[in-house]
Design a protein around this ligand. Structure first.
Ligand code: APR
Length: 239
């Protein structure tokens, strides 16, 4: 599977992963696009936007609470675990678009959450921010200051957390190998990160069950699932 680039993998010091919903699909969390994606049931454009939130905060909160319940019931899969395992052999960073926290639960220690986290909430007005520890008695929940709380996630039309984005660009621009896993690369600016890595001469690997706009510019683009492929990648490196 990786013979063609096994020397680059063994020589690599820094490996950066860019991950999307596809890496959590085998944990039972639906992706957004693709055949069984969330877009089929809900229209996130109607739910994952700041306008939708102020138009109907209860509906948006119900959607996130349903997703949060599913996510808390899900477990990391061998794809997440392989990335965490790789930290024993290489300097690894994970730039994830996912808000499910499964990379951290699998043991990855350097995870940049580009689109925020479903287990954190923040106030729409004051600077209150905290991890969600239990379910809410009412939706939308209110802050101590009396204003509405919101999921601490990045909605369409909102900018990414600037510190996280800056670090993500630094990571992408300074790695020897980039592995792009389970993302359609449909959403910017996250979909620029592989371009930064390629520009800096990184060896580019893609793991996705479908073709993406960057498949043809990868050194290796595997039409295979994250949970079955990433353990093979790690065993190739750790041999
Ligand atoms: N293994 C590998 N790839 C998979 C698997 C799997 N088991 N299952 C699905 N995929 C692929 C799909 O083929 C698709 O290319 O994962 C990709 C998932 O793409 P999206 O559903 O578009 O998810 P993502 O790229 O993370 O979306 C980016 O869009 O809706 C916003 O904020 C949301 O972070 C999200 C962003």
């Amino acid at each position: 599977m990786f013979e063609k680039i096994s020397n680059q993998l063994k020589k690599a010091e820094k490996i950066v992963f860019v991950t999307g919903a596809g890496i959590s699909q085998e944990s039972g969390i639906p992706t957004f696009r693709g055949k069984d994606g969330l877009w089929r049931k809900y229209d996130p454009m109607k739910l994952a936007t700041i306008d939708a939130f102020y138009e109907d905060p209860k509906l948006v909160w119900e959607w996130y609470e349903e997703r949060r319940k599913n996510i808390l019931a899900a477990n990391p899969n061998p794809g997440h675990t392989a990335i965490a395992e790789l930290e024993k052999y290489k300097q690894v960073s994970v730039l994830t678009q996912n808000i499910d926290g499964l990379h951290q639960r699998a043991g990855s220690t350097r995870v940049y959450e580009l689109h925020g986290s479903i287990i954190t909430i923040k106030c729409t007005v004051c600077d209150f921010k905290d991890k969600i520890v239990s379910s809410f008695s009412q939706l939308p929940p209110l802050c101590k200051c009396g204003n509405m709380l919101r999921p601490d996630v990045v909605w369409f039309g909102e900018s990414l957390p600037q510190d996280v984005w800056k670090s993500a660009i630094e990571q992408a621009s300074s790695c020897d190998v980039m592995v792009v896993v389970g993302t359609s690369l449909a959403v910017s600016p996250a979909n620029l990160l592989p371009v930064y890595a390629k520009q800096n001469g990184a060896t580019m690997i893609e793991v996705n069950i479908e073709q993406t706009p960057m498949s043809s510019s990868m050194d290796i683009s595997l039409r295979s699932s994250a949970a079955s492929t990433l353990p093979v990648l790690v065993s190739t490196i750790s041999e």
